[in-house]
Design a protein around this ligand. Structure first.
Ligand code: LLP
Length: 419
């Protein structure tokens, strides 16, 4: 079990509960299926785990908004004191609406537009320089606004995160970050520009990382860069080591490092003149939600058994896109014959599956089924494919249930054509 798991989702008499509420009761009262269901207690516990891990260190926790951009959840995180890590101008505007202190916020990206940079400079957001052209765009924006820009340089420490290639980002051949051999060119350009303040260095290795050694190796390399930059006369103080800590999707009992394990592995390397920035997404929001489906039917073709659900790759694409494993379970007692099933949606694609080869009892129609650990990169990556509607989201706080995003409707969609 993940160190942060406070059992906000737990079973009692074979019924799944979210905090004090029985998920089956929630499902029965809901007008729309499938839906996402979040636990506020779990979110608060996950954030508190980072705060506790960072005790005694100057640090900013920058929640990576891309993982989940529900406005209510963002408001909870900003109220807890979190900063925000952004990858677009829209995420910046949303973070303003959620009440984040934008001075403790970072804009990332290998293709930031001039309009996005303008917003960032206006609001004093820290900006990561990703390339030569990105630097020129930041310079131009600061000049146009006649306003200083606080920048970090995104460096590739070239440490292998040992994860799926689609979510590995800090290697030498990655599309992100500068060519490290060019560091001195960047320093010279920044030095020449009165409106640019170089305040630190940034890296992001990848996502779903399960070994703290990887973070430690990268931190050592990044500190060397930081010292080299300071030796060039810059007063850089932010060491941004990105996000990427994995969570226990597989539930195989493997020890997944906690935020405390991660921070303790680098604590000894940090000195008082450094402010650490960390950019967790998944490890803050991933295990706070389940994706609740209804079984539409069960079928067999050839030697394959299928459970067909109303949810699909349109609402939750990680299994289809990365072959990612997310645990699947029923929310109520099921007594059918145990078989090996693929759990698939109704979308017209063979790539449409939520899980493969799961040993489960055959469920009757209407049974509730959840895809677990669905808080990160699930709703945020949902689509209207096959004209499915983005599902609603509900939040549980003790015995209280609130709708925190309504379902999209066909009318919402049709309105896009009122041109
Ligand atoms: N900082 C930067 C610069 C990032 O690119 C990311 C994620 C994060 C922080 C947050 O990483 P986390 O702590 O959540 O691992 N869609 C994929 C994940 C893509 C992650 C991209 N970058 C998935 O569903 O697994």
């Amino acid at each position: 079990m993940h160190g942060n798991n406070i059992m906000s989702f737990h079973y009692n008499d074979d019924y799944l509960y979210c905090e004090k509420l029985k998920v089956k009761d929630i499902q029965e009262t809901m007008p729309y299926s499938p839906f996402y269901l979040y636990s506020l207690a779990q979110l608060e516990a996950n954030y508190a785990a980072y705060q506790k891990a960072l005790e005694g260190i100057n640090a900013i926790i920058g929640y990576a908004v891309k993982a989940n951009n529900n406005l209510t959840l963002l408001k909870h995180l900003s109220a807890l004191g979190s900063g925000a890590v952004l990858v677009s101008g829209n995420e910046l505007q949303l973070s303003l609406a959620a009440g984040f202190d934008l001075k403790r916020t970072i804009l990332n990206g290998n293709g930031k537009t001039l309009a996005e940079l303008r917003l960032a400079v206006e609001h004093g957001v820290l900006i990561n320089i990703d390339s030569e052209f990105d630097l020129q765009h930041i310079q131009q924006t600061a000049k146009d606004l006649n306003k200083p820009a606080n920048v970090l340089i995104r460096i590739n420490p070239d440490v292998d995160p040992e994860v799926h290639p689609y979510i590995s980002t800090g290697m030498k051949n990655s599309k992100f970050g500068i060519r490290n051999e060019r560091l001195n060119w960047f320093l010279d350009e920044i030095r020449k520009d009165d409106l640019l303040n170089l305040v630190g260095v940034h890296c992001h290795l990848g996502s779903t990382i399960k070994k703290v050694r990887i973070f430690r190796d990268a931190t050592e390399i990044m500190l060397d860069f930081m010292r080299a930059i300071q030796a060039e006369g810059f007063s850089a103080r932010y060491l941004n080591i990105g996000g990427g800590l994995g969570i226990d999707y597989e539930r195989t009992g493997d020890d997944i490092p906690t935020p405390t394990d991660l921070i303790n592995s680098i604590r000894g390397l940090l000195t008082d003149d450094i402010t650490l920035i960390i950019e967790p997404g998944r490890s803050i929001i991933g295990n706070t939600a389940v994706f609740v489906n209804r079984v539409t039917g069960v079928k067999t073709n050839g030697n394959k058994h299928f459970i067909v659900t109303d949810g699909s790759m349109a609402e939750l694409i990680r299994p289809s896109l990365y072959d990612a494993y997310q645990h699947i379970a029923f929310i109520e007692p099921v007594n059918g014959k145990v078989e090996t099933f693929d759990i698939v949606g109704p979308v017209c694609e063979s790539a449409d599956f939520l899980g493969k080869e799961r040993k489960l009892p055959a469920p009757p129609e209407g049974t509730g089924l959840v895809v677990c650990d669905a808080g990160a990169y699930c709703h945020a990556m949902s689509s209207n494919y096959n004209l499915k509607m983005r599902p609603p989201e509900y939040l549980v706080d003790g015995d209280r249930l609130t709708c925190i995003r309504r379902v999209e409707t066909l009318d919402d969609y049709l309105r896009l054509f009122d041109v």
